[in-house]
Design a protein around this ligand. Structure first.
Ligand code: SF4
Length: 456
């Protein structure tokens, strides 16, 4: 059930066999699909389709190629169409300096007009940008895109461009070109986008994925883009489908996101959302940037009891591992963790504790002997090779936090636990090699570097 965030079933290329194409899309089980207008005619058609089919939504706009057509009358009609309840976004608009089919000043004027409309109606923007990233981002910044939100559709830039779009609060959508053999750089960008800002699209009838290259593209081919995204990001197809549907619903406000989850599956691991409290305030923490991780809403209103976690978990032997994690520090709930871990062990499951390593400091004693036998792997966020950098990026709420992490790793190892220290890859702030050396050479534990922005 993936979501196609950008397609054009409103294009004349589908006039002859639209019903047939739609029935094939239904067979794929697609529940969310956005038809995007690129002139007045296709905008009208997008609205018409959205009225006819529950799974389809519309975006209305005038493509930069057609920017010169956006006179006062056209803008007035666009305004009326945009007010329709099934129209969930404005665009596509933007800048295209690659083809320059409309004068650049007209493209800029049209982009600003779309942004004005988006702000008035509080709907996000669909941005098309080709060979014009500097100018485009400058205008989006000037016009304060954060007020409406938006998506950079058919993203084709480098990871640095992606980061600049993310800073403006944008979602980033990848299309079939990410499956092309020579698109290695684009796949790096796909890897760098955090789960809560990722969208996929077909841009059909254009840009068919590699397996269908040369043919007319269709939303039914989105599965090939989904598979590539799963491969590149090291998750499953099911994970990518959930992520894109959650993000589609969030950006386009097409349905409530599920309430905060106690147990959530990523790949074949089941994560337990143990607590919403933490003894750190790491600036990179996912909970400060979104309610969701890998398409799961983790914003719980109160901490679950051990019984609630056990019930939400079900049979632990169905999963590779049960991971104590979530939007907070699980060791703050040590008793509950041990109660759940006992059940996991009784039923033949495996356990992992993802912790910031403050457990001993919180408890005022060495708790690691209690974990032995119940926790198979302890993954500790060491993050830095010195206390000053740790304090800068993790903003701990307890004293001597960095030393507490080091001491915890030593005591966990002494208690016979299998320990991996982790660090978030933040070039310029964290010297990953220094952290690796500290973990492996000095503390004698494993080390794993986590990508910044990728959680789970
Ligand atoms: S320790 Fe983990 S949960 Fe706590 S703020 Fe840092 S990243 Fe978030």
């Amino acid at each position: 059930m993936p979501a196609d965030s950008h397609c054009h079933l409103n294009d004349p290329a589908f006039d002859e066999d639209l019903e047939e194409v739609i029935s094939r899309i239904k067979e794929e089980g697609m529940d969310y699909l956005l038809n995007v207008g690129y002139d007045l005619q296709t905008s009208r058609k997008a609205v018409e389709l959205a009225e006819r089919y529950d799974t389809m939504y519309a975006s209305v706009g005038v493509h930069p190629h057609n920017a010169s057509q956006l006179n006062d009358n056209a803008l007035a009609e666009l305004g009326k169409l945009a007010d329709h309840p099934r129209v969930v976004a404005i665009g596509e608009t933007g800048l295209d300096y690659y083809r320059d089919r409309s004068p650049r000043e007209d493209q800029v004027m049209a982009l600003r007009a779309h942004m004005e409309l988006a702000k008035k109606l509080k709907k996000p923007l669909i941005i098309h940008c080709r060979d014009a990233m500097e100018d485009c981002l400058k205008i989006l910044e000037d016009e304060d895109l954060k007020k409406t939100g938006g998506v950079m559709h058919c993203f084709a830039g480098a990871p640095d461009d992606a980061r600049r779009c993310l800073k403006l609060g944008m979602y980033i959508s990848f299309a079939g070109n990410v499956t092309y053999p020579k698109a290695g750089a684009l796949r790096e960008s796909l890897k760098a986008v955090p789960g809560h800002r990722l969208l996929l699209e077909t841009d059909s009838p254009y840009l068919a994925p590699q397996k269908k290259r040369g043919r007319r593209n269709s939303p039914a081919f989105l599965k090939y883009v989904v598979d590539k995204a799963a491969e590149v990001r090291g998750v499953t197809r099911e994970d990518i489908e959930r992520i894109t549907v959650t993000n589609f619903k969030t950006l386009f406000k097409t349905g409530g996101v599920e309430k905060g989850e106690v147990a959530y599956k990523i790949r074949n691991s089941l994560y337990l959302n143990v607590t919403k409290e933490c003894t750190n305030e790491c600036y990179f923490c996912a909970r400060f940037h979104s309610d969701t991780v890998q398409g799961h809403n983790l914003r719980i209103s109160s901490d679950p009891t051990a019984e609630e976690m056990i019930e939400a978990m079900g049979d632990p032997s169905r999963y590779d591992e049960i991971v104590f994690c979530g939007f907070g520090e699980p060791a703050l709930r040590l008793d509950a963790i041990m109660q759940v871990a006992r059940v996991v062990k009784e039923k033949g499951g495996r356990t992992r504790l993802n912790t910031n390593g403050h457990a001993n400091q919180i408890a005022g004693k060495d708790v690691t002997p209690q974990l032995a036998g119940l926790i198979d792997i302890v993954s500790v966020s060491l993050n830095t090779a010195d206390a000053a950098t740790y304090n800068e990026i993790c903003s701990p709420l307890i004293p001597d936090a960095y030393q507490a992490v080091i001491d915890f790793i030593k005591s966990a190892k002494a208690s016979g636990l299998s320990v991996t220290a982790t660090a978030v890859d933040i070039p310029g702030k964290v010297n990953a090699e220094d952290v690796r050396r500290l973990a492996e050479d000095e503390l004698g534990v494993g080390f794993r570097l986590r990508s910044y922005n990728l959680v789970g």
